[in-house]
Design a protein around this ligand. Sequence first.
Ligand SMILES: [Fe+2]
Length: 257
Amino acid sequence: MKLNDLVLAQVTDMHIGASNAKYRGIDVRQQFINVLQRLAKKPLDLLVLSGDLAAVEGEPEAYTWIRRVLTTFPYPYVIMAGNHDHVWRMLSAFDLPNTDVSLGKRYFSRLIKGRRLLFLDSASYRVTKQQLEWLSGQLVESKNKNPKSKIQEQVLLFIHHPPLKCECQFMDEHHALQNLDDVWQVLEQFPQIKPIFCGHYHAEKTVIKNDKFVHLTPSTAFQIDTETADFSILHTKPGWRLIEWQGTQVHTYVEYL
Ligand SMILES: [Fe+2]
């Protein structure tokens, strides 16, 4: 490992409810705690919570509970909004500044060890035009600043919804990002974006299109069968993704409890 190598973990779709009550018969709070305990033993630079932290509609009690649980987690973390989240309630519960919020959407970048991470807000099932303009601006800027540095030019992009169809029948048909063609068109313009990390689909999968790798990360709550037309839970083993960014290479893989 070199000094500026980054190790990230992504957990997603925890679906924590307002109370201890189980969600679809699953003890989602305990599963999340168990995942955090495993991740706490790894050498991480950052934990990314990539949306759908709350069970249904941004339950404030869920956010309060998650924040409390994370107080003992040994690494910094960032949170993103999913379609079951509520941006303003998140800000309030996690005591976050509103500087990353514009027109109700929370999208932001972070520079860690000189490496850029970008986070979009697809909670409304769309990535707004304003966000796409911001994203383009960020990528043009990073290129201009470091015209010769391949390492610094690369970025990692996180979006709750995958920006393309993934051959996951139920989710593609009923819960796909609504403006994915517009989003993909913008992403295509930027070779700095190679891996894209998503949640939402409750599945482990990597979809490769042109030179981009869209990585779907399983939920900490339950996984959805990708091959059935109707909603069907495949299994309830909690999963997460590790992302190791070493030199110009990004290695990523999924683990389950
Ligand atoms: Fe979602």
